[in-house]
Design a protein around this ligand. Structure first.
Ligand SMILES: O=C[C@H](O)[C@H](O)[C@H](O)COP(=O)(O)O
Length: 271
């Protein structure tokens, strides 16, 4: 019935055969291209499931950044209204802060809430061992700080982020946030030590480089993918370079990931 109705509105629309337990597809579908709808629905399903399973009453929740997190915030706001959850939400970026405020949620910070029950965040890529690449939207530093204060980091993503090995699907490289004055020496040192190449991320609607919420630059490291990397060791070594503020490598931080699939189901990974 629903499928017929949705198809009558837009013949190109793919209406998933299976609806997830969290009923994530019943709260509005996207009527654009086949791929966009599918990807957006996949993000939504993952986000809804994670919120339903991990966001509990009387807790402090870290709110990640990016397009998938938008769905998580919608769901958190729905549950605050419908079930009366009492939450404090700690943002990981300017974007997250705005989302919290726009949805009428209680805004917190690490000064008042140095310990969080869980953080829900997106990722650019997740490997088989749950090592993440984050920072495609430039928010890696605050995301890592907030995640480090949370009892649990829960990742929400669509199926394009689920990889065996980093670099398999996400081709933009590992973001490294750096103090502006140090971007050239850091670029040279990382290339000499590990290979690949680092590019200064440039802004799109502004001349010059992207400047993060923290006033820094981002170098995107296209690392050599023809060898195995010990990401924990790589991360530690890069972090030791003066001027490196943080990396988008999240090693040993996430314990749970939800991947929304094309058919509206959600797969899970736990470590
Ligand atoms: O800096 C941005 C964050 O790390 C995001 O969580 C990450 O880029 C994933 O974003 P999206 O959900 O838009 O793919």
């Amino acid at each position: 019935m629903w499928r017929q109705f949705l198809r009558s509105l837009s013949p190109g629309v793919i209406v998933p055969q299976r609806w997830s337990a969290s009923n994530c597809l019943s709260n509005g579908a996207f009527f654009s291209t086949r791929f966009t709808m599918s990807l957006e629905e996949a993000k939504r399903c993952a986000a809804y499931k994670a919120v339903d399973e991990y966001v509990k009453d009387n807790t402090v929740v870290g709110v990640g950044s990016g397009s998938t997190v938008v769905y998580a915030v919608h769901r958190i706001a729905e549950r605050v209204k419908s079930v009366g959850l009492k939450l404090v939400c700690v943002p990981t970026s300017f974007q997250a802060r705005q989302l919290i405020i726009e949805h009428g949620l209680t805004l917190g910070d690490l000064e008042c809430n140095p310990r969080l029950d869980c953080a829900i965040d997106g990722a650019d890529e997740v490997d088989a061992k749950m090592v993440l690449i984050k920072g495609g939207g430039g928010c890696l530093l605050q995301e890592k700080i907030v995640a480090s204060c949370a009892d649990r980091l829960v990742v929400i993503a669509d199926y394009t982020k689920d990889s065996v090995k980093l670099g398999q699907q996400y081709r933009k490289g590992i973001p490294i946030e750096v103090a502006p004055m140090a971007y050239v020496p850091i670029k040279n040192k990382v290339e000499a030590r590990f290979g690949g190449n680092l590019k200064l991320r440039m802004a799109v609607a502004k001349a010059g480089p992207v400047v993060t919420d923290n006033g820094n630059f981002i170098l995107d490291w296209s690392f050599p993918d023809d060898k195995e990397h010990d990401w924990d060791a790589v991360n530690r070594e890069i972090m030791m370079l003066p001027g490196v503020v943080d990396t988008g490598l999240f090693v040993g931080m996430a314990t749970k990931a939800y991947f929304g699939q094309k058919d509206g189901t959600v797969t899970e990974r736990t470590v």
